[in-house]
Design a protein around this ligand. Structure first.
Ligand code: C5P
Length: 224
C-alpha cells in the first residue's frame, strides 16, 4: 500500500534535531509528518498515568493496543486530554526508551505508523523508520550529531520553554537513552543499510533542510 507513496525516513539518536527538520521538510514538500516518537511517548505517559509497572510487558502491550490518540493540528489528545506538553517531560523521555523496548508495544504501534502514509507523501521521523516501518522508502536518512552538541541543543530548547534544565544531567540521560535504544533486541536504533548519514553537528537548521530536499530531488523522485 505504501510502496507507491513517497516516503522519506529520518532516523537518529535523541535530540539530533530530527523533529524540527522532518516538520520543515514535510512543510516544504507538502508531505504529511509522522512523529513516531510521539506515539511511544503517548504509550508511556498513558502507562505512567495508569500506574502500570514498566517491567510488565503484557500490561504495557495491552494498554498500547487500546491507544487511540488524536492528532489535531499541533495538539495531541488522549482520552480527551491534551497531552501535547506532558509527553515531552524529561521523566517521560527517560521512561519511553524502556517502554519502546517491549515487542508487543512496538507491534501495537506499527499499524498506527503505517496508517500515517498519505498519498501526498510522508516524512517519518524515529529510530526504525528506515529499517522496520518503511523499509522501501526511496530516501532514508540517518541523522547524527555529537552527544555534546545534542545535549546543548536540548538544553537550549528546555530553557526556551521556560523549563529548568541541567546540562550535565541532560547529557547523562541522553547517553543512557541512546544506549538503551541501540542495544535493544527489537528494532534497535541503527542506520538502514541503504541510509545516507547526515552529521549535523556543524550545520544550521536551514542547511540541513536544504540538504534533505536536495537529496529528495536527487534520489527520491527517481526511486518512485
Ligand atoms: O524521538 P523521540 O525522542 O521523541 O523518541 C522517544 C523515544 O521513543 C526514543 O528514545 C525511543 O526509545 C522511542 N522510539 C522508538 N522508535 C521510534 C521512535 C521513538 O523506539 N520509531
Amino acid at each position: 500500500m505504501t510502496d507507491s507513496i513517497p516516503v522519506i525516513t529520518l532516523d537518529g539518536p535523541a535530540a539530533s534535531g530530527k523533529g524540527t527538520i522532518a516538520a520543515r521538510v514535510a512543510d516544504a514538500l507538502g508531505f504529511y509528518y509522522l512523529d513516531s516518537g510521539a506515539l511511544y511517548r503517548i504509550a508511556t505517559l498513558n502507562a505512567l498515568s495508569k500506574g502500570i509497572d514498566l517491567d510488565d510487558a503484557d500490561a504495557l502491550t495491552a494498554s498500547a493496543e487500546k491507544l487511540e490518540p488524536v492528532f489535531d493540528g499541533d495538539r495531541i489528545l488522549l482520552e480527551g486530554r491534551d497531552v501535547t506538553t506532558a509527553i515531552r517531560a524529561e521523566e517521560v523521555s527517560a521512561a519511553t526508551s524502556r517502554v519502546a523496548a517491549v515487542l508487543g508495544v512496538r507491534a501495537a504501534l506499527f499499524a498506527l505508523q503505517k496508517n500515517a502514509a498519505r498519498l501526498s507523501g510522508l516524512v517519518a521521523d524515529g529510530r526504525d523508520m528506515g529499517t522496520v516501518v518503511f523499509p522501501d522508502a526511496p530516501l532514508k536518512i540517518f541523522m547524527t550529531a555529537t552527544a555534546a552538541v545534542r545535549a546543548e541543543r536540548r538544553y537550549r530548547q528546555l530553557l526556551a520553554r521556560g523549563a529548568a534544565a541541567d546540562l550535565a544531567v541532560l547529557t547523562v540521560d541522553l547517553e543512557e537513552r541512546d544506549r538503551r535504544d541501540r542495544q535493544r533486541a527489537e528494532a534497535p536504533l541503527k542506520p538502514a543499510d541503504d541510509a545516507r548519514i547526515l552529521d549535523t553537528s556543524d550545520m544550521g537548521i536551514d542547511e540541513v533542510v536544504q540538504t534533505v530536499i536536495a537529496w529528495w530531488k536527487d534520489v527520491g523522485l527517481k526511486g518512485l
